[in-house]
Design a protein around this ligand. Structure first.
Ligand SMILES: C[S@@+](CC[C@H](N)C(=O)[O-])C[C@H]1O[C@@H](n2cnc3c(N)ncnc32)[C@H](O)[C@@H]1O
Length: 217
């Protein structure tokens, strides 16, 4: 007997589909095994020209793609995220010989971390900071980096689709530049493009990719 063939399975969702609704376990499953972020790699290349590895905070570390790279290169890492599923993926992949250099912290952006750190890495996460908390979080980030240390990560622009959501923190280019006034900019790349996936999900991306070195006082 010939019947109607079953419908094809829905196309796989892209990571941003999960991020749009803060479905972090879904997001981690979609990105698991991806390489470290380019902004982290650029910051590490600069540090490696200057001296030995230091202390990094990976703020909103997610499933750990950047934390794992920092550990692999000999850094001590404070990995911070409020989502337990992030640490499930991260801890399962930390080689035992790197374990003593990792401090996992299950907390949100209001977490404490040491002063005078060498690197504050925050990849693709700052827009998820509640707008009312954002000024204090950014002030903490800047204050905690030692002179000569770096911020690496992304700020999300005002023309990004998610800027319309009430719980997101986005900046104009002028605001982003003002926020980075205490730094020399090693990378400041504004990226704006439309993204679509086979499931019909569309997103306009407006992102500032940043690697910035804190000025001497
Ligand atoms: C898009 S993921 C990015 C993860 C990772 N940094 C990366 O580059 O793939 C955003 C991360 O922000 C975290 N996050 C969401 N809200 C947060 C908050 N209020 N405080 C700190 N982290 C938060 C999520 O748990 C998630 O791991």
């Amino acid at each position: 007997m010939t019947g109607t063939p079953p419908p094809p399975p829905p196309p796989p969702k892209k990571a941003e589909h999960y991020a749009a609704t803060r479905d972090w376990p879904g997001y981690y499953a979609a990105v698991l095994g991806k390489p470290p972020r380019d902004t982290l790699l650029a910051a590490l290349a600069s540090f490696e020209r200057e001296g030995p590895p230091g202390v990094a905070v990976d703020l909103a570390c997610g499933e750990g793609r950047d934390t794992l790279e920092l550990l692999r290169r000999g850094w001590f890492v404070w990995a911070i995220d409020p989502e337990p599923a992030a640490f499930k993926h991260l801890y399962a992949r930390v080689p035992p010989e790197h374990d003593r250099r990792l401090q996992g912290v299950l907390e949100d952006f209001s977490a404490d971390w040491p002063d005078s750190i060498d690197l504050l890495n925050c990849s693709f996460s700052l827009p998820f900071c509640p707008p009312r908390d954002f000024p204090a979080v950014w002030e903490h980030i800047v204050r905690s980096i030692r002179p000569g240390g770096r911020f690496a990560g992304q700020l999300f622009g005002d023309r990004d689709s998610w800027a319309a959501l009430p719980d997101r923190s986005h900046q104009t280019r002028a605001e982003a530049e003002r926020m980075l006034a205490a730094f020399d900019l090693e990378v400041f790349r504004e990226d704006e493009k439309d993204g679509n996936d086979a499931g019909g999900f569309t997103k306009h991306w407006h992102v500032f990719h940043v690697v910035a070195r804190k000025k001497q006082p």
